[in-house]
Design a protein around this ligand. Structure first.
Ligand code: CAA
Length: 459
């Protein structure tokens, strides 16, 4: 049975901090943000928004657009790493808000949980719900998987220049108009690590930035190795002599904590895949630097991450490789269009991979490219740490969804924050009634109570 993404909607806060204003206030070269990281603007939540609000607004949008009623939805999962309750799941908050529109008890039989594994948990939620559909449990109903996050780092920390916020919701069913997932090839990699984590009660994460970058690339590569074995054993793809698995992915979407990380991570995968190919000798000559080979030939996480000198050399090598014409061609044709939304909006943690997918659909379609039948590869990563690699194929009815995509229109009119406004919002100095923008026909926080049964009233 086919199963996959039928439609996709986004909800992005309309406030943003501009990279140039950020750089000026922090005494940084703006080129570091704009060119070094690929960050132009970062969406910032208003005082009357939280991750459940973002998720509910995205869900309402997709339900109204597709004229769905609550009885059509068998499952609603929320994946987030911005959770504000250790027990009450975020999907219950979302259902509470949706029932203000659709009536009390309207979602009574809609199952679901909140899932957590840093930025990768939305991919696990998609996989589990796809299998719920494939197993025939959905009985014609749809699943909603919403990935919603506020990427917020400490003031003055190196992570602060990679913030953002927003939600992406995906409607899943057994007759998807957009993308059908390839069965039996989804692959994972997992290891107990501390590259990025947020202990109980802490609003912002503890981050080992460069370590997390390297771990991301290693984990996705390991998941790709497992994926490769599965596509061969299931005979999904026939990899001919002189080809790599990446040649069989027309587009590749990577997890995007900032847009240039996608470029780096794909380069890392490509350079490791190309090692066995005759063209690799020529590329090595162009780079003019010895390829750093881990002392442990298996390239285990311990052998790579335990060696800072190796990591620095490996980073430099990947950086030089991204500049070669051979990689540029792969980058432009398979990845570049997925980075456009990220540079306008910033990091969305769980949602960043799917915002990238949404971005590539819109901007590739605008080029006049026929997308039907194209295979999309996904490289998902969550700190802590786990990666997932999977793929899907664009369906014949894709155009019904993609032709109306317009990122700017969907975000709405944006407002550039002053530095003082940004600081007030970041430090939670404003109450919901002091929000910068007044909400119209959308959910927003009305009140936030502490030490009571209810965390907040949402309308
Ligand atoms: N002009 C042009 N480019 C410049 C520049 C300038 N003046 N100054 C620096 N750059 C370039 C650097 O060369 C570098 O490019 P490369 O990556 O290609 O080498 C880039 O700009 C960034 O510079 P630094 O590496 O010096 O930046 P930094 O160390 O200050 O911070 C960061 C970067 C580590 C990513 C930091 O922002 C951070 O900690 N972010 C949060 C953690 C994170 O995003 N990790 C990603 C993997 S984990 C994950 O994905 C989970 C998640 O969602 C967070």
């Amino acid at each position: 049975m086919a199963a996959g993404i039928d439609d996709i909607s986004i909800y992005i806060p309309r406030l943003y901090i501009d990279a140039a204003d950020f750089a000026e206030a922090r005494g940084l070269d703006p080129v570091k943000l704009q060119k070094g990281l690929g960050v132009s603007q970062m969406a910032i939540v208003d005082a009357n928004q939280d991750p459940a609000i973002l998720a509910a607004n995205a869900c309402l949008k997709i339900m109204q657009k597709n004229k769905l009623s609550p009885e059509d939805i068998g499952r609603l999962y929320v994946s987030t790493e911005s959770s504000f309750d250790e027990s009450k799941a975020m999907n219950s908050f979302v259902i509470g808000m949706l029932e203000q529109v659709y009536g009390q008890g309207a979602f009574e039989h809609c199952g679901g949980v909140e899932t957590k594994f840093a930025c990768v948990s939305g991919s696990y939620a998609l996989y589990d719900n796809t299998n719920w559909i494939r197993a025939g449990e959905a009985e014609g109903k749809h699943a909603l998987v919403v990935v919603s996050d506020i990427a917020k780092y400490d003031m003055g920390s190196s992570g602060e220049m990679t913030q953002g916020a927003g939600a992406v919701v995906m409607l899943l069913n057994d007759n998807p108009r957009l993308l059908a997932f390839d069965p039996k090839v989804t692959s994972t990699s997992i290891k107990d690590e501390y590259d990025f984590y947020r202990p109980f009660g802490k609003e912002t994460p503890i981050v080992h930035g460069q370590y997390s970058n390297m771990l991301y690339m290693i984990q996705v590569r390991k998941a790709l190795e497992a994926y490769k074995k599965k596509v061969i054993s299931t005979k999904l793809i026939n990899i001919e002599q002189g080809e790599t698995i990446l040649d069989h992915m027309d587009y590749i979407n990577m997890h995007l904590p900032y847009s240039n990380m996608g470029k780096k991570a794909l380069a890392y995968l490509v350079r490791h895949e190309w090692r066995q190919l005759p063209r690799w000798k020529k590329v090595l000559q162009e780079i003019g630097m010895d390829e750093p080979i881990p002392k442990d030939p298996r390239g285990t996480i311990e052998s790579v991450l335990g060696d800072e000198e190796f990591m620095a050399k490996d980073h430099e090598f990947t950086k030089l490789f991204t500049k070669t014409p051979e990689y540029q061609e792969v980058y432009e044709s398979k990845l570049a269009s997925s980075l456009i939304a990220s540079s306008m909006i910033g990091n969305l943690y769980t949602a960043s991979l799917y915002l990238g997918f949404r971005s590539s659909l819109e901007f590739e379609y605008q080029k006049g490219i026929q997308l039907e039948g194209k295979r999309i590869g996904f490289g998902s990563y969550g700190s802590g740490s786990s990666a997932m690699v999977f793929s899907g194929v664009i369906q014949p009815e894709f155009e019904e969804i993609v032709k109306n995509m317009n990122l700017e229109a969907e975000i709405g009119e944006r407002r550039r924050l002053t530095w003082e406004e940004y600081e007030e919002l970041h430090e939670n100095k404003l109450s919901p009634e002091e929000s910068m923008l007044k909400s119209k026909k959308e959910f927003s926080l009305v009140d936030v109570k502490t030490e009571t049964e209810s965390r907040g009233e949402r309308r």
